[in-house]
Design a protein around this ligand. Sequence first.
Ligand SMILES: [Zn+2]
Length: 312
Amino acid sequence: MYFVGVDIGGTGVQAGIVDENGKILFRKECKTDVVGGFEKIMDDINILVRELLEENNIDIKEINSIGFGVPSFINKDGLVTCVNLGWSEVQFMGALKKRFEEVKIYAENDATVAALGEAKFGSMKDSNISVMYTLGTGVGGGIIINGKAFTGAHGMGSEIGHAIIGENYFDCNCGNNGCLETFCSATSIIKYAQKLISEGVESSILEKAENNIEDINAKMVFDSYRENDQVAVETITRFKSYLAKAMGSMINTLDPEVISIGGGVSRASDIILDNIEELIREHILYKKEDFAKIVCATLGADAGIIGAAFLN
Ligand SMILES: [Zn+2]
């Protein structure tokens, strides 16, 4: 039996045929035709999946299910609104069911899907309750309980990037102030380093960006942290202290076995994991007890395909 996972992103759609051990056997991708519109993207996905099966001599009857990860919230009626894809309340689930009548279809938010992949076959394997934070341009997340993605009573749970953990000097894209995303995303790291530099603090980060403050990226900040640069140390210390707050609150609420950190920021795993458990312990109620293991994701970008394939 095979499983198909489809990861729908703002620039490309990646599809993969996955075996029962979570190994991607075959993969194929196409561009996301945002200009072409919703129905065109749905048609392209249909062609992509069917060609992937055909090219590898796999009949759709041998497929257990097709799962989709989408960079937005899917409401209980299957409607999706996604600014990046230009979709406004499109009937996403309906459009997929119409095109794939002969097979079971599942879909979830992409960060939730990545968490499921990590829980099934990656950094959170063999745990009953696990939480993943995806730290990238924004902050996404997924809560996996007993092998299933947990999204709550109305499907809008697991949005841990918008947990409010403090007051911040700028508002979140969602309109609120103080969301985790504004403290712990790559964007927030860049913004804070830029703020300190524009206030006049000297920094080697600026040299890395060839003196163009707009060109600073999160990797430059982490690289400068390794050189003990003042701006980088202040920025990363602030980032870690808020990450620890968020994780401490998560532990006080859910008490997971493992918390995994994924997304682009997690490439600096040595810096993030260093001393993080001590920082988290400050925010935990039962300080003497064991708490969740903190790890970094291991599947990388493949978590999207693998997790989608195992939605149920
Ligand atoms: Zn927010």
